[in-house]
Design a protein around this ligand. Structure first.
Ligand code: SAM
Length: 282
């Protein structure tokens, strides 16, 4: 007689629930910022949850991490120094290091427990954190951006949703600091949430970025584990347009083995549905 089937559920905005069939609980810990859990699921590999919200599933994290990193890194003519804020699971850093021009990748993650738990229990996602080009700083990305004297070609904000420690990462002063630390062709890619459930977050980000950056766009991708299955990133630049200035040949020439991103996906992902265009005043 098999035991009762166990599930791990994410309840999202109190209106939708996603259940993942549970095989084994692997890690659970509480840091000064949040509760972190890693479980083995029957259909999605290992799952990282923060405060009960799905962050990364081994089954489809390649989609998210390719799409948060490669549109900016292939748009930039020669990205050398990259800053990743958040992203303590290491997936965005892993994708960043696939670009041969990248000489250094600085990860600024506020929660040491996310990094240590990911290194231990999500090796496929976190392995790149041990690369010699990577510097891991455990601190607040808002503070780092306000105080650093360093300059970066690309900044990737791979944060949790705009609450708790991530709240200020969706604020105007943070993006003014990001603009200050970006080089001439600088680009910032940011986690922007669900166009279906968080259109206000996307609108807010456009409202904050438009006065700071001459070019502000959004790209969409679908994945398995996030509620609603459709997710958005914003991409703001000091001048480069993500479609008009994109050199598609760079992708093929890189010979990168990718599972989701390619030159056609790049161009197509910036085509937005009418309801989202309306919300951002297009
Ligand atoms: N892919 C996930 C998503 O879409 O929600 C995000 C992945 S990553 C685990 C999010 C990380 O952002 C968390 O580890 C969290 O600790 C970190 N974070 C939140 N606020 C931060 C801040 N102010 N500075 C640095 N890291 C922060």
């Amino acid at each position: 007689m098999t035991g009762k089937t166990a599930w791990v559920d994410e309840t999202y905005q109190g209106v939708v629930r996603t259940g993942f069939r549970l095989k084994k609980r692997i890690f659970k810990g509480r840091s000064p910022f949040q509760e972190i859990e890693i479980v083995e699921t029957a259909g999605h590999g290992r799952l990282l949850l923060i405060d009960g919200m799905t962050m990364v599933s081994e089954r489809d994290e390649f989609v998210y991490h390719e799409m948060i990193a490669h549109p900016a890194l292939f748009l930039h003519p020669k990205p050398r120094r990259v800053l990743v804020i958040g992203g303590g699971d290491g997936g965005t850093v892993r994708e960043t290091l696939k670009h041969k021009s990248v000489e250094s990748c600085t990860l600024v993650e506020i929660d040491a427990l996310v990094v240590s738990a990911s290194r231990r229990h999500l090796p496929r996602t976190a392995a790149a954190l041990s690369d010699p080009r990577v510097r891991v700083l455990i601190e607040d990305g808002v503070k780092f951006a306000a105080e650093t004297r360093e300059a970066f070609d690309v900044v990737i904000v791979d944060s949790t949703e705009p609450f708790g420690p991530a709240k200020e990462l969706f604020g105007p002063s943070f993006y003014k600091d990001v603009r200050r630390i970006l080089t001439k062709d600088g680009i910032v890619a940011s986690q922007a949430g669900s166009p279906f459930y968080e259109i206000a977050t996307i609108k807010n980000l456009f409202g904050i970025m438009r006065p700071v950056f001459p070019v502000v766009e959004a790209c969409l991708f679908s994945n398995l584990t996030y509620p609603g299955g459709l997710w958005a990133f914003t991409l703001a630049t000091k001048g480069l347009h993500p479609v008009r200035d994109f050199v598609a040949a760079r992708v093929g020439a890189s010979k990168m083995k990718l599972g989701w991103y390619n030159a056609e996906i790049h161009a197509g992902s910036f085509a937005l549905p009418s309801f989202l265009k309306g919300a951002i005043g297009r």
